[in-house]
Design a protein around this ligand. Structure first.
Ligand SMILES: *Cc1c(COP(=O)(O)O)cnc(C)c1O
Length: 532
C-alpha cells in the first residue's frame, strides 16, 4: 500500500483498498481520527478568549514595559476546548484499551481512589500547616506505612522518597550510613546485568563503583559468580525480584545469606512487588532495603515521568539511618511528625533529609484507598491475577514469538519475547509499531538488554480473558507477519494520525519553538522530523 501520494495525501483510516491513496479527505480528518494544528496556527487575527480590563494604575516609573503585544494564540473559548479535545483523541489512554508496558506496571486505577484523593482534607492541605490541623493526613501516612511494613515483613519504612529511583538512592544512602557507622569503607555495589538502568545509575550517584553480575542461561542471577565477587570492599548488592526478565529469583535467600556473611547489605528493587504482594515477604528473604513503587504496585495513574512515590522499607539493621521527616505514633496512639534531628530525640542516626516536605500525599491517599478496598485477600489476588494473565499471554504466543526463558517454567507478572526468527529487515520496532495499527499501545521494547530485540509484555491484572484474547490475536498476527517478511510492517503505523517518526531526532533535538517564531539555528524543522 502506498503511504502517501505525490500530493502528500494519506489514505483515509482503514482504507486499504486499491487506489486508497487517491481518496483523500479535503479536511485532513479521517472519520473520527482528527487532524489538529498548533494553537498558534489556529488562532491569531486579533481574537481573544477573555475580556481583560484596562489597567487602572499607570505603571511604576522605571519598569521595563512591553513594546508589542505578546505573541499568544488568539482562540475563543469553544475553539480552545475543541483544540484540546481534538488533541486528546490522538492519545492512547488506559480508558481506551490495555497498556501492555512491561516493567512500567500499568495498574488498574479505580475511580474510588481519585474520589478519595480529591477530598479537601487531603487535597488542599499545605505542608507548612500546623501539625494539629493535619492529623488526618498524618494518619493516612502512618496507616499506609503500617501496611507497607506488614506486607513486606520489614522493620520500618521511609515514606518521603518521590519515585522508585529516589527510593533506591534512599536505600543506598542508608547502607552507606550503616557502613560508616561500623567505621568501615566499602565502595562497590554489585548489580546484575538485567537490572533496570536506574540501579547502576543510583549506585554511581551515591558514590559507589558498580560491578556487574552475569545472568545464567535461565535469566537469573548467577549465584556462584556473585559469591566470587563478594569481599571486604562490597557494600551490597541490588537485586530486582521478580527480575526484569519477569522471573522470580529462587536463590534470593542464598544470595542474602552470602552477602550478609561478607558484611554487605541487600538492596531489593521492589518495582515488581505487584507480582508477589500478599504471597512473599521480602523481609523473610533477607532483604535490608527495598523501594515500593506505589504507582506500580498500589495503583496511582502514572506516565510521562510522574507523579510517583517510592517509599523504602528497611530491615532492623538499616532502620536507624532512615531519612527525616517521618511519622511516628506516640504511646498514647497519637501520630506525630518527626521533623528534626534533635539530640535525645528518637532518631539520632538519620542520614539526613531527601525532600523538602513529607512525600507525595496524593499517591499516599490513592495507595491506601487501593489497599483498603482490596483488603489482604484482594491484594493476594492482584498478584495471582497479574501472574495468571502474563502466563496466559506467554503460552498463547510462544509458538510464533520466541520466548527465551519459557522453557524454564512459568513467568511472573510479565512475559518476555525476543526477535529471534523474524525475517531479515524486520525488527521488534516494526512489531511494536504494528500494534498501534491494531489499536493497542506497544509493549516495552529493547528492555531488558540481556535479550536481543526484547519485547516485554505486562498485562494489567484486571484485563479480562476476552480482552487478552484480542491482544493475543493481534500479537500473533504481527509475529507471523514479521516471520514471513511482510514489508508493509516496516512502515507501520499506517492508520495513526502520525506515521513512523524519527524518534531519536525528536528526542535529541526537540523543536520546542513555534515555527512562526524564529527557531534557534541548527534545529530541524517539523517537516524534517515528520512522516517518513
Ligand atoms: C520503574 C522501575 C524503576 C524506577 O522507578 P521510577 O518510579 O520510575 O523512578 C526501577 N526499577 C525497576 C525494575 C522499574 O521497573
Amino acid at each position: 500500500m502506498t503511504a502517501t501520494n505525490a500530493a502528500g495525501w494519506r489514505p483515509a483510516m482503514g482504507d486499504t483498498g486499491a487506489g486508497a491513496d487517491k481518496r483523500p479527505t479535503t479536511s485532513g480528518d479521517y472519520g473520527l481520527m482528527l487532524e489538529e494544528p498548533l494553537s498558534f496556527e489556529l488562532g491569531g487575527d486579533g481574537k481573544c478568549g477573555v475580556d481583560l480590563d484596562q489597567p487602572e494604575r499607570t505603571p511604576l516609573a522605571g519598569l521595563p514595559l512591553r513594546k508589542a503585544a505578546p505573541d499568544l494564540p488568539g482562540l475563543t473559548e469553544p475553539e480552545t476546548v475543541r483544540h484540546y479535545t481534538r488533541l486528546s483523541r490522538q492519545n492512547y489512554a488506559i480508558d481506551l484499551g490495555p497498556f501492555p508496558l512491561g516493567s512500567c506496571t500499568m495498574k488498574h486505577n479505580p475511580r474510588l481512589n481519585e474520589k478519595v484523593a480529591r477530598l479537601p482534607g487531603f487535597a488542599d492541605v499545605h505542608p507548612l500547616q500546623p501539625q494539629q490541623s493535619v492529623i488526618g493526613a498524618l494518619e493516612v501516612i502512618s496507616e499506609l506505612a503500617d501496611w507497607l511494613v506488614t506486607l513486606t515483613g520489614m522493620s520500618a519504612v521511609a515514606m518521603s522518597p518521590k519515585a522508585g529511583a529516589h527510593g533506591e538512592l534512599c536505600g543506598l544512602l542508608c547502607i552507606r550510613a550503616a557502613i560508616e557507622a561500623r567505621g568501615e569503607t566499602r565502595d562497590v555495589v554489585l548489580v546484575p546485568e538485567s537490572a533496570h538502568g536506574t540501579n547502576p545509575a543510583t549506585a554511581a550517584f551515591a558514590g559507589f563503583k558498580v560491578e556487574s553480575i552475569p545472568a545464567t542461561a535461565e535469566g537469573r542471577v548467577d549465584l556462584e559468580a556473585l559469591k566470587s565477587k563478594l569481599g571486604p570492599n562490597v557494600a551490597g548488592v541490588m537485586i530486582t525480584n521478580p527480575n526484569t526478565c519477569g522471573l522470580f529469583e529462587p536463590d534470593m535467600k542464598a544470595i542474602a545469606d552470602a552477602v550478609h556473611a561478607a558484611g554487605g547489605y541487600v538492596y531489593c528493587d521492589g518495582a515488581n512487588f505487584n507480582a508477589v504482594v500478599g504471597k512473599v515477604r521480602p523481609g523473610d528473604l533477607g532483604v535490608d532495603a527495598m523501594h515500593i513503587n506505589l504507582h506500580k504496585t498500589f495503583s496511582t495513574p502514572h506516565g510521562g515521568g510522574g507523579p510517583g512515590a517510592g517509599p523504602v522499607v528497611l530491615s532492623e539493621a538499616l532502620a536507624p539511618y532512615a531519612p527525616l521527616p517521618f511519622v511516628t505514633r506516640d504511646a498514647d496512639g497519637q501520630v506525630r511528625l518527626i521533623e528534626e534531628e534533635t539530640a535525645g530525640e528518637d532518631h539520632p542516626s538519620t542520614f539526613g533529609r531527601m525532600v523538602a516536605f513529607h512525600g507525595q500525599m496524593g499517591m499516599f491517599t490513592r495507595a491506601l484507598a487501593y489497599i483498603l478496598s482490596h483488603g489482604a485477600d484482594g491484594l493476594r489476588q492482584v498478584a495471582e491475577d497479574a501472574v495468571l494473565n502474563a502466563n496466559y499471554v506467554l503460552r498463547s504466543v510462544e509458538d510464533v514469538l520466541n520466548a527465551p526463558f519459557a522453557a524454564s517454567g512459568p513467568c511472573m507478572h510479565e512475559a518476555l519475547f525476543s526477535d529471534q526468527g523474524f525475517a531479515d529487515g524486520l525488527s521488534t520496532l516494526d512489531v511494536a509499531k504494528g500494534l498501534i495499527d491494531e489499536g493497542f499501545h506497544p509493549m516495552t521494547v529493547y528492555f531488558p538488554l540481556v535479550v536481543h530485540g526484547a519485547m516485554l509484555v505486562e498485562p494489567t491484572e484486571t484485563e479480562s480473558k476476552a480482552g487478552l484474547d484480542r491482544f493475543i490475536g493481534s500479537l500473533r498476527s504481527l509475529a507471523e507477519r514479521a516471520r514471513n517478511g511482510d514489508e508493509a510492517l516496516h512502515s507501520a503505523p499506517h492508520y495513526a494520525p502520525r506515521r513512523r517518526l524519527d524518534e531519536t531526532l525528536a528526542a535529541r533535538k526537540p523543536v520546542l519553538v513555534w515555527k512562526g517564531a524564529p527557531a534557534p539555528s541548527g534545529s530541524p524543522s517539523l517537516t524534517e522530523i515528520g512522516d517518513r
